[in-house]
Design a protein around this ligand. Structure first.
Ligand code: 3HC
Length: 284
């Protein structure tokens, strides 16, 4: 099955990035969000990024115009009826995801593939809410989507081989590298990366060093491209906390217990880059 037209549900950081990389690969994209402000902000960010690419001489005006023509925005999901694949990138709440998958399964053609960009949740549990579990799987992108090369492809219990193969093919077509991983909390990357970020938060909480010093140490001493606290701010502390809580709940092991400072910052609304404050202050 060749995927020509795609949908993206959710115009947050991840959804906007996913829509952008699809359009850049020449696919027709329908980006949907019920929040028109989010939708406008996402569109503005994507267009600005393409404008920057023109200014840097990476693409010309014709390519930019062609990409813009491929990208359509909407406040409702009815446009998904023509899509061969839809990627959901909304809030990490299992109940909400199950509801939207039910709705998407009603709207989309029978053969369409429905993917979730969930960071950690069970693909099988999301798929169980529909009658098409064979065409549902995880397609997990990484932040910033336009830069990070990996897409984890996660089949659920009932995902068919042809669904997985079609998505692996698509990941390659958009210039990314697929890694197929079995379903388990946090999949592969977040299972390993999240405890590292949480440990950095614990070290910060204990007052061992400042955020800057912790990040500097991990960059210069462990060769990370970016310190773990700056990364937490980039991903969003709400997302980091949700993933950590999920790993803790599912594995039941104290090594996954979320740092109190993470909870406090989320409760205070300090979610990182997107709110202007997290471990660092971005308003300065
Ligand atoms: N959004 C979009 N593009 C960005 C960006 C951002 N936040 N930050 C940097 N970029 C782009 C720049 O525009 C530049 O593009 P260009 O080459 O076309 O000009 C390119 O990335 C390189 O930027 P810089 O030279 O300024 O910066 P670095 O070389 O330091 O790279 C980085 C920045 C790619 C963000 C690097 O620091 C990095 O790899 N950090 C780690 C990111 C990571 O681990 N992500 C995974 C998080 S976990 C996740 O997403 C899973 C989820 O489920 C929680």
């Amino acid at each position: 099955m060749e995927i020509k037209q795609v949908g993206v549900l959710g115009a947050g950081t991840m959804g906007a990035g996913i829509a952008q990389v699809f359009a850049e690969a020449g696919l027709k994209v329908m980006l949907v969000d019920i929040d028109s402000n989010m939708l406008q902000a996402a569109l503005g960010k994507i267009k600005k990024s393409w404008q920057k690419a023109v200014e840097k001489g990476k693409i010309d005006d014709a390519v930019k115009a062609a990409r813009e023509a491929l990208l359509e925005c909407s406040g409702d999901m009815s446009g998904f009826k023509d899509c061969d694949l839809v990627v959901e990138a909304i809030v990490e709440e299992i109940g909400v995801k199950q509801k939207v998958f039910q709705a998407m399964a009603d709207i989309c053609q029978e053969q369409a593939i429905l993917a979730t960009n969930t960071s950690a949740l069970s693909i099988t549990e999301i798929a169980a809410a529909t009658q098409r579990a064979d065409r549902i799987l995880g397609m997990h992108f990484f932040n910033p989507v336009t830069v990070m090369k990996l897409v984890e492809v996660i089949p659920g219990l009932e995902t068919s081989m042809s669904t997985t193969e079609a998505v692996v093919e698509l990941v390659k077509r958009i210039g990314k590298e697929p890694v197929i991983t079995k379903e388990a909390p946090g999949f592969l990357v977040n299972r390993i990366l999240n405890p590292l970020v949480n440990e950095a938060a614990l070290v910060y909480q204990e007052g061992m060093a400042s955020a800057e010093e912790i990040d500097k140490a991990m960059k210069l001493g462990a060769g990370l491209p970016m310190g773990p606290l700056a990364l937490a701010d980039l991903v969003g502390l709400d997302v980091v906390l949700k993933v950590t809580e999920y790993l803790f709940k599912e594995f039941g092991e104290s090594k996954y217990r979320p740092a109190l400072v993470l909870k406090q910052k989320v409760r205070a609304g300090h979610l990182g880059v997107k709110t202007g404050k997290g471990f660092y202050d971005y308003k300065k």
